[in-house]
Design a protein around this ligand. Structure first.
Ligand SMILES: [Fe+2]
Length: 339
């Protein structure tokens, strides 16, 4: 299967993975033959793209780190504000990831504008858990981390929706309002004796920066609890690669570059270094434009910066073959769209 951005979608493409709306109703089942009408409606809902089946990519298997059912269960639990259900999902995320330790984060989550907030929190839990696994955490620690990540933005439920959904930049007053959400979440979780103080610490400090410039307290360096440092990296990465009403998605290569550039200032360097080992910079099945003008899809990415590209005529270009392809580079996908 391969991923097609909505701008490049065409009628008669065959959907490889189902699409859901914000309340987990199936919009289109796998196997649907796309029409111009479907494409336009999905574009209007803010979907960035979808996976299709075709001959070029039939041997490319893009695996998600957790099942679609569990993602949907997480969205449902978060939308109901059901803390017990969220904790159950957080534990299941850890179990699924531990039972199939991921080689990399490849799958692109299929999100529309409406369901961004909850799907984002599930994604942050998945990414944080994978980082924790790479750090050698045991199951109990991973469950705490995953729970903290699932719940990191529950305080936003208490913010004014017109400010949360505002398109365009916030006034200082509005920004100050949004900045209350870690403390609001902490207050909600404090009432629950069965939720560890470590989970609360991760939630409270997920917007703190290494140099002390974050909020709500202005903690710096080692004052920031480790779960919060991990959630911070996962949160910013997932937000950058997401399509939002006010911005196009960053290419993963650009998002990784941003994280690396902000080490020691915003992020803990060690966490970013571990994260970069976990994420596919060029995910399997995504389209790329090469610097010589040829286009294709990522067919293999065990060499993260120099993957194997399958061109649309079927020829394969193994960029790790430095003798043949030393001069060819990959143009980031957001730039490629503008070409
Ligand atoms: Fe947040």
């Amino acid at each position: 299967m391969r991923y097609v951005r909505i701008e490049k979608a065409k009628p008669n493409m065959i959907l490889a993975k189902p699409l859901y709306d914000s309340v987990n109703r199936v919009l289109l089942v796998a196997g649907t033959i796309m029409t111009q009408d479907y494409i336009q409606r999905l574009s209007g809902r803010g979907l960035d793209g979808f996976y299709i089946e075709d001959d070029l990519a039939k041997d490319i298997d893009v695996r998600d780190n957790i099942t679609q059912e569990l993602r949907n269960e997480g969205v449902d639990a978060l939308s109901r504000g059901d803390l017990d259900a969220c904790m159950e999902v957080a534990e299941k995320i850890v179990e699924q990831i531990m039972s199939h330790p991921p080689i990399s984060i490849d799958m692109i989550d299929l999100r529309t504008y409406d369901d961004y907030t909850y799907r984002h929190s599930v994604n942050v839990a998945v990414i944080s858990t994978i980082i924790g696994l790479k750090l050698g955490y045991n199951k109990n620690t991973l469950v705490q981390l995953s729970t903290s990540a699932m719940l990191h933005d529950v305080g936003k439920q208490m913010l004014k929706t017109q400010i949360l959904n505002k398109q365009g930049s916030l006034t200082q007053e509005e920004y100050d309002h949004v900045k209350q959400h870690p403390q609001l979440a902490f207050n909600i979780l404090r009432k629950r004796m069965d939720i560890s103080s470590k989970v609360r610490a991760g939630v409270l400090s997920h917007h703190e920066n290494e140099d002390g410039s974050g909020y709500p307290i202005g903690f710096a360096g080692d004052e920031i609890y480790i779960y919060a440092k991990i959630i911070h990296v996962a949160d910013v990465f997932d937000a950058l690669i997401s399509k939002r009403p006010y911005k196009p998605p960053y290419a993963r290569s650009e998002a990784v570059e941003y994280l690396m550039g902000a080490c020691d200032r915003l992020f803990d360097r060690k966490i970013v270094e571990v994260f970069v080992q976990c994420v596919s910079i060029y995910p399997l099945g995504t389209e790329v434009l090469l610097s010589d003008g040829r286009e294709g899809i990522v067919a293999a990415n065990s060499n993260p910066l120099r993957p194997v590209i399958r061109l649309f005529d079927g020829e394969e270009v193994d960029l790790s073959d430095s003798d043949r392809y030393r001069n060819i580079t990959i143009i980031p996908e957001t730039d490629a769209i503008l070409v």
